[in-house]
Structures are given as C-alpha cells and as structure tokens.
Design a protein around this ligand. Structure first.
Ligand code: ZN
Length: 144
C-alpha cells in the first residue's frame, strides 16, 4: 500500500487516489496535421518505463485535484510530488546501497525479471481506419 502525499491534503492512503496515466503527454500543436498513425500514437502509446516514471494522480476522495508524481516503477518509491503544469523534476539517482533494488541477478529474483523493451514505437501497428478523416474538433477535456 502506498502512502501518497497529496500537495493539498498531506499524506493519505493509496485507496483515496486514482491513477491517471503518464504525465507530460502534450496535446499536439496542430492535431489536424497528424496522420492516423501519429494521432493513434498520441492517443494510445505510452512509455513503459522501468524506473523513475512521471505519472498523473487524482485525489478522488479528497480534494479532487490532479497532481503529478515521480514514482519508481520497480521499487514503488515516490521520489517527488509536484503540481500539474510544472516540469518534471530530475529523477533521484539510483541507490547504490544495500542491493534491494539491484539489477544484478540474485537467487531470489531468478526468473521474475521481465524482458527489457526499449521505448521505440517504430513497430506500432498501422492504423488505417477507412472512411475516417481527421476531426476538426478537439476531444472534450483536451488542453491546448
Ligand atoms: Zn488532496
């Protein structure tokens, strides 16, 4: 269970929050100029980072405000909580001590490591929906 420090309310239990996906995914400057593949990548493709990852969270049963959080996806260590619209802080350097988060294979983690997948999106399936054209209206809730 995570203890998440809401910027407005202080430390609260994880169950009061909802995860909102990857942070800092900017709305396209000119969405009408994107082809179907670029639009699909904006909508659906997200990083799958092993390590420090910037993500959005909503304090849904508290102040109902969104905020960003820098969380290590391996150790669940919360490295920073910061307001929406502010740049991502630098990730904390990997802790060299004690070896609990070590990448070295030890007897307790044999066979549990997921394969490493680099963040290229060049192998994305081609999405060519016939008959659809680029929408001239932004999706509801989109920020420009
Ligand atoms: Zn709150």
């Amino acid at each position: 269970m995570l203890l998440i420090s809401c910027p407005n309310c202080g430390s609260r239990d994880e169950t009061e929050f909802h995860y909102g996906g990857q942070a800092h995914v900017a709305y396209p400057e000119n969405p009408n100029e994107l082809n179907d593949r670029e639009w699909a990548e904006f909508l659906f493709y997200r990083d799958n980072t092993k390590g420090a990852f910037a993500e959005r969270w909503l304090h849904s049963t508290g102040c109902r405000q969104w905020f960003n959080m820098l969380r290590d996806t391996v150790t669940y260590d919360i490295q920073a909580v910061y307001p929406m619209g502010t740049p991502r802080p630098a990730a904390a350097p990997a802790a060299p001590e004690s070896g609990t988060a070590s990448l070295a294979a030890d007897s307790t983690t044999t066979g549990t490591a997921a394969p490493s997948i680099s963040g290229t999106s060049t192998s994305a399936p081609s999405i060519s929906a016939t008959g659809t054209t680029a929408s001239t209206t932004a999706p509801e809730g989109a920020t420009k």
